[in-house]
Design a protein. Structure first.
Length: 188
């Protein structure tokens, strides 16, 4: 019995199929990745912005270094506690609804942070921010599994991970601009 594999036929049909397939993935990439990239940039900015806001926030709210450090770190407690429940919820309702839920809740808590006036409110806001952001990255990865095979998905996730660099650049620039404008406002 001959167990050798037959050579693959590489004809014009195979080439046309590959061209259509590449065009399809390019179209999917251009429709999904820019929005997911932007969302991940915003997520990263939100996560690290508390570090840039420390000087202004500590003086405005009269936070000691230990109060501030606990408040900044409590984000990760909420994140860790709600990672698994968020992923279970993700499997029940799907990636689209989970990402939407996360973005809306996270936006509301981020906006509500401007009303923080006490250390307790700062702790609550940071904990809730971590809790609501918990399933964001796993939700994006699951969503991408619906659209890309593993080999292509690895490249797309690598591209999304570069959003942390872009987020860091924007956060540093925006924070330095807002700190400069705030110090000018106080001087007048």
């Amino acid at each position: 019995m001959n167990r050798t594999a037959k050579p693959a036929l590489a004809g014009p049909m195979d080439h046309a199929y590959e061209l259509r397939r590449e065009k399809m993935y390019r179209k999917i990439t251009w429709r999904l990745v820019p929005l997911l990239f932007l969302a991940y940039v915003i997520s990263y900015i939100d996560r690290i912005n508390v570090g840039y806001a420390k000087l202004q926030m500590s003086s405005d709210l009269h936070l000691t270094d230990s109060i501030y450090g606990l408040g900044a770190g409590i984000f990760f407690v909420g994140y860790a506690l709600f990672e698994v429940p968020s992923n279970i919820f993700l499997m029940k309702i799907g990636a689209r609804l989970t990402i939407m839920r996360i973005m809306v809740c996270w936006g509301l808590i981020s906006a509500a942070t401007m009303f923080v006036t006490t250390p307790s409110q700062f702790y609550i806001a940071r904990f809730l921010l971590g809790a609501f952001e918990a399933g964001f990255f796993p939700g994006i990865v699951l969503y991408l599994t619906f659209w890309f095979p593993a080999a292509r998905r690895a490249r797309i996730i690598a591209l999304l991970m570069s959003a942390t660099v872009v987020g860091g650049l924007f956060a540093a620039r925006a924070s330095s601009s807002s700190a400069t404008s705030c110090s000018r406002c106080r001087a007048t």
